[in-house]
Design a protein around this ligand. Structure first.
Ligand SMILES: *Cc1c(COP(=O)(O)O)cnc(C)c1O
Length: 465
């Protein structure tokens, strides 16, 4: 399996190279040359299989000849043994045709663990084999940084630097990043917004000397190895709900378009998905694009579902490339237009989008109402991100008779203040996370200053020494 860039001007890479490179050298994102197929009889056989067995079947063809199958099996087994539910991603029924797929049973209570627990292990495996060490720098709006800190802690081949915006994430989110106690994890609290953190990271990647000196690598969802493991749970859930004989729709809380793009990939591999529904909060760039065919950036609005407060959905580029006949010249034009004027038009307008997705934006009052109503109708507590998914099902466009699955992307205990305001009761952390509220925090408070941050990174990471 080889990987090509959406912008068509970077080298074709193996999985190993794409894993270590992250963003393509032409600014594009890597995609497999073609989609591996899963046939209906295999989907039938997945029902009743363990999560790890399904993961092995789905991820394997993407790896090429990266790794012997016995080593791969060890990595998958260890990655999903960190989850505190036997099913890894259990299904919970809300009503007759409506299910929640809980993706938050990993060590940091958000679905990012599903990809990160795999990514850290496969990266460590590859780096040890190469005798190399890298520095991973990542900006986070809350969940990615914690999942990365947990997954990379204590690894000899990786130093991790997480940049997070001061005062804009919950105490639980911050403490997951700052209480690991491991010397290779560095949490930087930046005086600024998530966008400022993101810009600092991008600027470090643009500086080729710095990039080379510290052997910079990335683990946000532009890295293809973040997307692949997420394809698994679409197959796993669908197979357990009667696929391929029964059509299934998925509602997906969406920010950077990574999670829902994994659903699109599942469909391309042969999973009969009826409808993929992107659920946004008030940051509605995707619903607007799907309605009008015009992708247009606006200012970010702060909401109670902060992990979806995003206006540039990076992974959307992967879908555009695949849906526009994989013509990189069109992508280059659209991305140039985006950076020049903040907008571009999708080829063939809304039709090509609506063939693949529907979407709605959920207002804050609807999120709150949905959380309260779901508790009273089924006794189930949604977090604010998942509530956006449940709310989209209530909208008329998604009311078919088929089985519907909402992806639950975070545990409500990750947002205790918000949940307390909505449901007027306390949501307890699972026991294994209780320690973070009392363990000592290690955090460096920094100004939004590129030179300072770069010097800090140089001074603390082992790859530069
Ligand atoms: C990251 C995140 C999302 C958005 O996922 P994308 O892959 O960026 O679309 C939704 N909910 C939660 C809780 C998240 O952490």
């Amino acid at each position: 399996m080889r990987y090509i860039s959406t912008r068509g001007e970077a080298d074709t890479l193996s999985f190993e190279e794409a894993l270590l490179t992250g963003l393509a050298s032409d600014g594009g994102l890597y995609l497999p040359e073609k989609w591996p197929a899963v046939v209906p009889s295999e989907i039938l056989e997945m029902s009743g299989k363990s999560y790890s067995d399904v993961a092995m079947r789905i991820i394997w063809p993407y790896l090429g000849n990266l790794i012997p199958s016995a080593d791969f099996e060890k990595i998958i087994t260890a990655a999903y043994a960190t989850f505190d539910h036997d099913a890894v991603t259990p299904l919970v029924q809300l009503s007759k045709n409506e299910w929640v797929l809980e993706l938050f049973h990993g060590p940091t209570l958000a679905f990012k663990d599903i990809a990160m627990q795999f990514l850290s292990r496969i990266m460590e495996y590859v780096l040890v084999r190469r005798g190399e060490r890298v520095t991973i720098v990542v900006a986070t709006s809350g969940d990615t940084g914690g999942a990365a800190a947990e997954a990379f802690q204590g690894l000899d081949s990786v130093d991790l630097v997480v940049l997070f915006p001061a005062g804009r994430i919950s105490d639980v989110q911050r403490r997951i990043m700052t209480t690991s106690g491991k010397a290779n994890i560095h949490a930087l609290e930046v005086k600024g917004t998530f966008d400022d953190c993101q810009e600092l990271v991008k600027a470090m990647f643009r500086d080729s000397k710095f990039r080379h000196d510290v052997k910079l690598s990335g683990v946000n969802s532009i890295n293809w190895a973040r997307i692949v493991p997420q394809i698994t749970y679409y197959f796993y859930a669908a197979a357990n709900l009667g696929s391929p004989h029964r059509p299934i729709s998925f509602a997906v809380p969406t920010g950077n378009f990574g999670n829902i793009f994994a659903g699109y990939a599942a469909k391309k591999m042969g999973l009969p998905i009826k409808n993929l529904i992107a659920a946004s909060n008030e940051n509605d760039i995707l619903p607007r694009t799907i309605d009008t065919g015009v992708y247009e950036k606006r200012a970010v609005i702060a909401t109670i579902s902060p992990s979806m407060d995003i206006q540039v959905a990076s992974n959307f580029e992967r879908f555009l490339f695949d849906a526009q006949e994989r013509d990189a010249a069109i992508i280059r034009k659209q991305m140039a237009s985006l950076s020049k004027s903040g907008r571009f038009e999708v080829l063939n307008g809304p039709e090509v989008l609506q063939e693949n997705f529907s979407a709605s934006a959920v207002r804050e009052d609807e999120v709150i109402k949905t959380i309260r109503e779901t508790i009273s109708r089924s006794g189930y507590m949604l977090d604010p991100h998942t509530a956006c998914g449940v709310a989209t099902l209530a909208s008329h466009r998604c009311s078919g008779p088929e089985t519907k699955v909402v992806l639950a992307t975070a545990h409500p205990a990750k947002f205790p203040e918000t949940m307390h305001n909505i449901v007027a009761s306390t949501v307890n952390l699972p026991t294994r996370l209780e320690r973070i509220m009392t363990d000592e925090e290690h955090v460096e408070r920094v100004e939004n200053n590129l030179d300072y941050v770069k010097n800090y990174v140089r001074s603390c990471v082992r790859a530069a020494q």
